[in-house]
Write a protein that binds this ligand. Structure first.
Ligand code: 5GP
Ligand code: ZN
Length: 138
């Protein structure tokens, strides 16, 4: 199901043009309009779901294989030193388009891409770990 008011659904439908690098029945992969690095691509499921919690399982089950296929092609062409594959859920996590998508970001030694965090303190891991385990196990 697609959403008439969603920019990525419009791209999937071809109503907005994109620099497409791969397409199959379930996904369209395009180059990012504001790339973090040369070749930065975004995988769009052909189904509207705002984030990982809304996207149907069948897409989640298939998307990493698409990511690897595209990343392999990108690696050959771009000769990059590494590749980040990541996706954001929620504004606080940096999500700006609320149609689930996965970034494939080629990395070059010494580039200016910033994907990271400052290592923190694990003192409360046992406490939070117990709570999360209970939540997952229900
Ligand atoms: P987010 O921040 O939600 O994880 O990523 C959204 C990404 O989509 C951004 O990197 C942004 O540059 C890209 N983007 C937003 N609108 C368009 C568009 O119309 N076309 C393309 N190709 N990329 C877009
Ligand atoms: Zn959408």
């Amino acid at each position: 199901m697609l959403d008439d008011n969603c920019i990525f659904c419009k791209i999937v439908k071809g109503e907005i043009p994109s620099e497409k690098i791969y397409e199959d029945d379930d996904f369209l992969v395009m180059l990012d309009i504001a790339p973090a690095s040369k070749g930065h691509a975004v995988i769009l499921p052909k189904c509207h779901g705002a984030d990982i919690f809304e996207l149907p399982d069948e897409y989640l089950e298939k998307i990493l294989k698409v990511a690897r296929k595209c990343a392999a092609g990108m690696k050959k062409v771009l000769n990059c030193d590494g590749i980040n594959i990541l996706q954001n859920n929620g504004e606080a996590a940096g999500q700006t388009v609320f149609h689930y998508h996965m970034h494939i970001i080629p990395r070059f030694k010494g580039d200016n891409v910033n994907v990271g965090w400052v290592p923190g303190d694990s003192a409360d891991n046992a406490e939070i770990g117990k709570k999360i385990r209970e939540a997952i196990e229900g």
